[in-house]
Ligand binder design. Structure first.
Ligand code: TXA
Ligand code: MG
Length: 330
């Protein structure tokens, strides 16, 4: 299949919308990462997304809408908590897990009786969804297991020849995927942390927001994550990756020493050190850094840890998976 490269203008977005309507696959920008879209209500189109990504079929898709009214086509739920979260965080990088209506096909939800819904703030994404006239199922537009794509070149590197089209736009603002929050229970529960944090939601709701306990442990402890996608090996670069944790000075020195040791053995080393207070820019840069390290043929990646609170917790969630939980405490 030849992948059509489209530009970020109305004419090309209309072409992309046409492809979606006909059951095709289109990669498009969102504020978090690039998504690989298909008509969420067309089972064969959604099945093609799993095939293009090499994604396990029990891993459900997030369904993207352009206006909050479209939520009622997908779910009958509308609690006070949902209203408050929508008011505060939509359009934006928050996915709500709600009970699905029968119109949402099994293949879209991986057979679950819930569905994840998100209203992105990226204007290109919204124009595409609105023009297509259907809700758009979209996982991140990478091959399964690779770091999520934050630049159009990442999408093309992974999916060229496997999808119908890609809309080429700029770099994604946020850089890590949306916060996934399950709102089907008495207290909301975060299944995947993102740039919108539990603390942000607690402020808006005036009540406790839980964290899926599996987020607080090493997967070797055996807790099963509630978001099926969180159990897979993910974001993994080809290089060996190690995270260094400790005071900024000690970490810097330890990374420098380890770099020298590895280089003296003839290995190629990529280093990323985050500044204090740099959690958002860490989120923005992390996946692009991992991909660049691979492209440059790095054998080893050495990175500094972030304090695991607020956005730092969310970025560390991705980094720990990338590194296979390989952490050195200084
Ligand atoms: O920022 C994002 O969310 C991006 C952009 C494209 O919108 N999308 C994205 O999709 O990251 P994906 O498929 O790569 O990740 C979706 C995550 C997976 O961990 C999946 O298991 C979880 O959300 N998920 C989706 N529907 C769910 C449901 N009904 N119940 C529990 N987890 C769900
Ligand atoms: Mg993904």
């Amino acid at each position: 299949m030849k992948t059509l490269v489209l530009r970020d203008n109305s004419e090309d977005i209309a072409k992309a919308a046409d492809i979606l309507k006909k059951g095709g696959l289109v990669a498009f920008p969102t504020e978090t990462v690039y998504g690989l879209g298909a008509d969420a209500l067309n089972p064969s189109a959604v099945a093609a997304v799993y095939a293009a990504k090499g994604r396990p079929s029990d891993n459900p898709m997030i369904v993207h809408i352009a206006d909050s009214e479209a939520l009622s086509d997908l779910t009958a739920d509308m609690t006070e908590d949902m209203k408050k979260l929508i008011g505060a965080f939509w359009p934006g990088p928050m996915t709500m897990i709600v009970r699905r209506k029968p119109a949402v096909p099994d293949v879209t939800t991986g057979g679950l009786d819930t569905v994840g819904v998100r209203l992105p703030s990226n204007e290109t994404a919204r124009q595409l969804i609105r023009t297509a006239g259907c809700p758009v199922a979209a996982p991140s537009a990478n091959l399964s297991g690779r770091p999520s794509p934050t630049e159009p070149g990442h999408v093309i590197a992974d999916l060229d020849g496997r999808i119908d089209a890609v809309i080429v736009s700029g770099r994604c603002d946020v850089g890590i995927e949306s916060t996934v929050v399950d709102v089907t229970g008495e207290n909301p529960e975060i299944l995947r942390p993102g740039i919108i944090t539990a603390e942000d939601m607690e402020q808006v709701l005036g009540k406790a927001v839980k964290l899926d306990p599996s987020l607080l442990t090493n997967p070797k402890a055996g807790l099963r994550p509630k978001a099926p996608g969180m159990k897979y090996k993910h974001y993994a670069p080809k290089a060996e990756m190690e995270i260094f944790e400790g005071t900024p000075k000690a970490v810097r020195e330890a990374i420098e020493e380890e770099r020298r040791r590895l280089e003296s053995e003839g290995r190629k080393v990529a280093v990323m050190i985050f500044e204090e207070g740099g959690e958002k820019s860490a989120a923005h840069d992390l996946f692009a850094f991992l991909r660049r390290a691979d492209e440059e043929g790095a054998d080893d990646i050495l990175v500094s840890a972030l304090p695991e609170k607020g956005v730092g917790f969310s970025v560390m969630n991705r980094m720990l998976k990338s590194a296979g939980y390989n952490v050195r405490r200084i």
